[in-house]
Write a protein that binds this ligand. Sequence first.
Ligand SMILES: NC(=O)c1ccc[n+]([C@@H]2O[C@H](COP(=O)([O-])OP(=O)(O)OC[C@H]3O[C@@H](n4cnc5c(N)ncnc54)[C@H](OP(=O)(O)O)[C@@H]3O)[C@@H](O)[C@H]2O)c1
Length: 368
Amino acid sequence: MMTMYYTLGRSGLRVSRLALGTMTFGTEWGWGADKETARALVDAYLEAGGNLFDTADLYTGGTAETWLGEFIAERGLRDKAVIATKFTYNAEPGNPNAGGNGRKTIIRAVEGSLKRLGTDYIDLYILHTWDRLTPPEEVMRTLDDLVRAGKIRHVGLSNVPAWYASRAQAVAEHRGYEPVSALQLEYSLAERNIEHEFVPFGTRHGAGIMVWSPLASGLLSGKYRSGADGKASGRLETMRGSTNPGFQKFNDRNWEIVAELEKVADQIGRSMAQVAVNWAATSPGIASVIIGATKLDQLKNNLGALDFDIPADLRARLDTVSKPVTPFPYSFFGAEIQGGITGGLAVGDKPLGYTPDLLMQGSFAGVS
Ligand SMILES: NC(=O)c1ccc[n+]([C@@H]2O[C@H](COP(=O)([O-])OP(=O)(O)OC[C@H]3O[C@@H](n4cnc5c(N)ncnc54)[C@H](OP(=O)(O)O)[C@@H]3O)[C@@H](O)[C@H]2O)c1
């Protein structure tokens, strides 16, 4: 049961630690849920105290947004629900301005999302993926205009390089635009690369990290195993052979992580999925974890992910097996090189990110 809500990034928007993802709402992509199941997922999530829903215009060709809007309207919860949706992807082949992050696209996209969601405002409007072309000045000015027009409340970025996010935040600060309150990024025991840049950036510059694919698309539930007899039905099996990097999870490194996660989960007496979601949610700098499900029992299980603590020795085992490689220039930020900068003294920094302990001490606002 989620009874604590936290402000997202440096904004005043209160969100639950677990968000509900809607990428599985609709069967168009071959691995989603039907409407009755999706409705039941929303009910279970609300019952557990969740208030943050994540969707995108891309998902299931618009079905996810449409159903989410309907479910929220049926329950009369528009003011209570926090709706995040995204733009960037092109739904009209042959029209280059029906996708990307330019002003023309954003303004078209927001109108489409508002219509499908059946609402007159979006709480958090997120650039879905860097288009490699549009300058951050154009994106941030357009999003600021949408805030002033009352169509969106807050701004987020997903799947962008850290330098781009940093530049966008600097532009917003210096020009008085609505700042970036959220960064939506892939993060799990199987994908920890955001730790190099995004965690320090987000925590220092006011952007709360919303994690996507905390189970690495289902891998960390433990249902898939290496070898021919390790197949299980689910998204990763359906998408086997896909060139989408988000679905390429079957490799030796990940099988080692799955094996260690299984042992740790057994020792704690929790499911592997719960331990994996808990690990992500309690990692430094993580504001919110977007959980996804195709079945009600999966969601109910995952909603119990915050009801326990991972003991420090077991967490250390998970950290070790999943440790990402440290490429240049990050290799210059460890003790060997930094010792030559500090003159051999211990020089501390502000804590990196907010942990539950810091939250309890009031370093970051929390309301119950
Ligand atoms: N910004 C972005 O680019 C981006 C990208 C991806 C996702 N997202 C957002 O993040 C949300 C969550 O992402 P995700 O769906 O990839 O998260 P995930 O937690 O990594 O994967 C969820 C999937 O794992 C399987 N699963 C979940 N719980 C399970 C359990 N207890 N036991 C066994 N299998 C379980 C289900 O798939 P099967 O039943 O098919 O196995 C479920 O759909 C999405 O809905 C979306 O809102 C954003």
